[in-house]
Design a protein around this ligand. Structure first.
Ligand SMILES: Nc1ncnc2c1ncn2[C@@H]1O[C@H](COP(=O)(O)OP(=O)(O)OP(=O)(O)O)[C@@H](O)[C@H]1O
Ligand SMILES: [Mg+2]
Length: 328
């Protein structure tokens, strides 16, 4: 089948907090192709988690509200899909992994019971077959002694093991799309590498498309085919991962890359991006990055730059793009 599996079109999500209206996600566009991994990066508060919650239609309402746009999944708009059907999609065709498995796994059921329940909601497997499949899944995510561990409660496992159970649960029903929001942030570096490895491996076997949300550019470089850079509720740059690293074009992306610690640069010379993100309730007339951008001029402060393609599959929301390499 051709076409994107998931396509987010001009999505807007707002939160009403006291007198303020937070524009947490303010008209973003991106798509995830079948069998590929799209990374979404950006600093804390830029709207990454709200985007993933919106795709699963889990934004709490109130205080949240879907203020516009469409989320097309395999041809239908998730924002107008009936609740009953959404519940079937979650854990079925759309799997989810979150940062902290302890909050997503139910502490009063064993790991096996949770996987079995998900399998039986989405298919008519017998209890016995579902248990066998749960063990198979735990083995697939490389949990040691799966036939024993299947009867463990989440608190009996380490953080890395719980994350493996979360992945098994997310993959139980062969999802077309896996949404992973900071799946490895709470884990130490070695376990993090193993989990990313596992996700890549599983993707090769199952062909699941992955939307990987992270604030870590290293994770993007290792795991993603394509990447979207978000800043203050908007997409500022979008490209194939290799192109983004070879030739970042948005001044924010360039700043992010410069801020990544490098072994060959002395610690006191690490770049940081000056200034801070504008308050989410302020509506600026121009580019959202203008107040921190070294290149910003009057036009940048008064007219919002549209996301436009500067080369094949490489789009930037910046009036100054393409920026010559010499300027970086
Ligand atoms: N339930 C909520 N009520 C009010 N505001 C919210 C709510 N959830 C998110 N927001 C606001 O939406 C904005 C985006 O938040 P989001 O959680 O998507 O950030 P993020 O990019 O995932 O950050 P992080 O890297 O810290 O996880 C923030 O300004 C946040 O305060
Ligand atoms: Mg988040």
């Amino acid at each position: 089948m051709t076409g994107s599996l998931l396509s987010v079109e001009d999505l807007r999500v707002q939160f009403k907090v006291g007198p303020h209206l937070y524009r947490a996600v303010d008209g973003i566009n991106f798509s995830v192709e079948r069998g590929r991994t799209l990374g979404v990066v950006g600093e804390s508060g830029c709207g990454k988690s709200v985007t993933s919650l919106a795709i699963m239609r889990l934004v709490p309402q109130p205080p949240g509200l879907y203020a516009g746009g469409r989320i097309m999944f395999d041809g239908s708009d998730l924002l107008s899909t009936p609740d009953r059907q959404m519940r079937k999609l979650r854990g079925g065709r759309i799997g989810m992994i979150f940062q902290e498995p302890m909050t997503s796994l139910n502490p009063v059921y064993t790991c096996g019971e949770q996987i079995v329940e998900s399998l039986r909601i989405h298919s008519n497997l017998s209890a016995q077959k579902a248990r066998a499949r749960a063990i198979e899944l735990l083995d697939l995510v490389r949990l040691p002694s799966p036939s024993k561990r299947v009867d463990d409660y989440p608190h009996q496992l380490s953080g890395g093991q719980r994350q493996r159970v979360m992945i098994a649960l997310a993959l139980a029903n062969d999802p077309d799309l896996l949404i992973a929001d900071e799946p490895t942030t709470a884990l130490d570096v070695t376990i993090q590498a193993q989990i990313l490895d596992l996700m890549r491996d599983l993707q090769e076997r199952t062909g699941t498309a992955i939307l990987l949300i992270t604030h870590d550019l290293g994770v993007v470089a290792e795991t993603c085919d394509d990447v979207v850079v978000m800043y203050a509720g908007g997409v500022v740059e979008q490209a194939r991962t290799a192109d983004l690293f070879a030739d970042p074009q948005h001044p924010y992306t360039i700043g992010l890359m410069a801020a990544v610690p490098r072994i060959d640069v002395e610690a006191d010379r690490l770049a940081t991006i000056e200034g801070s993100v504008p308050a989410p309730w302020t509506q600026l007339p121009g580019c959202r990055f203008a107040s921190r951008c070294p290149l910003a001029d009057e036009k940048c402060r008064s007219e919002p730059p549209p996301l436009h393609e500067i080369s094949k599959a490489h789009a930037v929301a910046c009036w100054k793009a393409p920026i010559e390499k010499v300027l970086k």
